[in-house]
Ligand binder design. Structure first.
Ligand SMILES: CC(C)(COP(=O)(O)OP(=O)(O)OC[C@H]1O[C@@H](n2cnc3c(N)ncnc32)[C@H](O)[C@@H]1OP(=O)(O)O)[C@@H](O)C(=O)NCCC(=O)NCCS
Length: 308
């Protein structure tokens, strides 16, 4: 059976930086409140989901030494599509000249990890190369007069190329979960703005990350002590710290980028992964744990043995 390996990666964020002080100029909030309660210092705002996705995807293809012609399937994880129909993956498909199929995947902030597991499955089913992108423009569904949400969100995209390999597969274990009875906690109706019950989400999120990560690690025959790099969804620095502490993973072993980008939903894990790679924090043979949670609620974890 073919294995799968990540061979390229890239990221894209809008140029426009919006600091906490910028938001405090129009909202009843402060840099101190936002930093202390969320860990966010600034975020990037602008662009379109397709535009950011194309930029990140192009860099990932270039890094893997490939073009769109080489890709059998494009998976675009997004909660903020450009339109309801067609899928935003259609625009990205054209922009990158993807030879194969293309589809959108919406599992809210867990979307990238859902996509990663799906991409491995596609390779098992015979695809040779899959481009997986997480791209979001949460700023477009945010009420900028609502301080409780405006301070949290950011825009961006991250992408990886997965290729079939004769060697062992990178994916050692995974866990996907959902509980639709909690869907009222985070939602956006057609034409409306994002609504979130932050306190309840917080409570469920820490539990979800711990439980889901533990199951994925168990399936891989590993424990948190084996994790070289933990790449969690970036929704709140306090959620990351609480989950990492309970898993016994110290700060040297986890990635935090929320200070720079805020919550970018399904783009947050690939953005954090690409940052870690650019900082040289991952070496071949390292064990990587990715874990996300989001609206639905959904949660998802994957354990990779990094091939490099
Ligand atoms: C949203 C979140 C940051 C709020 O932090 P919190 O510590 O729970 O804060 P609370 O909601 O209890 O609010 C505390 C106070 O700050 C106020 N407040 C809320 N937003 C504020 C802001 N931007 N600036 C200043 N004050 C604010 C509240 O009105 C409240 O005031 P009160 O005590 O007078 O009623 C936090 O709950 C969170 O991150 N939740 C998880 C969100 C998440 O993960 N979402 C993404 C899912 S993918």
């Amino acid at each position: 059976m073919p294995g799968a390996r990540i061979t390229g990666w890239g990221m894209a964020v809008p140029d426009k930086v919006v600091t906490n002080d910028d938001l405090s100029a129009t909202l009843d909030t402060s840099d101190a409140w936002i930093t202390e309660r969320t860990g966010i210092r600034e975020r990037r705002i602008g662009g379109t989901t397709s535009g950011l996705g194309i930029e990140a995807g192009r860099l990932a293809l270039k890094h893997a030494g490939l073009t769109g012609d080489d890709i059998d399937v494009l998976v675009l994880a997004t909660t903020t599509p450009d339109a309801i129909v067609p899928g935003t993956s259609a625009t990205v498909e054209e922009g990158l000249g993807i030879a194969g199929g293309a589809f959108d995947l919406n599992a809210a902030c867990s979307g990238f990890v859902y996509g990663l597991v799906a991409a491995h499955g596609l390779i098992l089913a015979g695809a040779r190369r899959v481009l997986l992108i997480g791209s979001e423009t949460l700023s477009r569904i945010t009420d900028w007069d609502d301080r409780s949400l405006a301070v949290l969100v950011g825009d961006g995209a991250g992408a990886v190329v997965l290729e079939a390999t004769d060697g062992p597969t990178e994916l050692l274990g995974w866990h996907l979960g959902a509980d639709g009875s909690l869907r009222h906690l985070l939602k956006c109706d057609h034409g409306g703005y994002l609504y979130m019950n932050g306190k309840e989400i917080f409570r469920h999120a820490v539990r979800a990350v711990i439980d889901s990560s533990t199951i994925a690690l168990q399936r891989a025959g590993l424990t948190p002590a084996d994790v070289d790099l933990f790449v969690p969804h970036q929704a709140n620095a306090r959620i990351i710290t609480a989950a990492a502490q309970r898993l016994g993973i110290n700060p040297e072993r986890y990635v935090v980028t929320i200070d720079r980008y805020g919550n970018t939903s399904s783009a947050s894990i690939p953005l954090a992964l690409v940052h870690a790679l650019n900082e040289g924090r991952l070496e071949p043979g390292h064990t990587v744990l990715l874990s996300g949670f989001g609206g639905g609620m959904t949660w998802a974890s994957a354990v990779l043995r990094w091939g490099g």
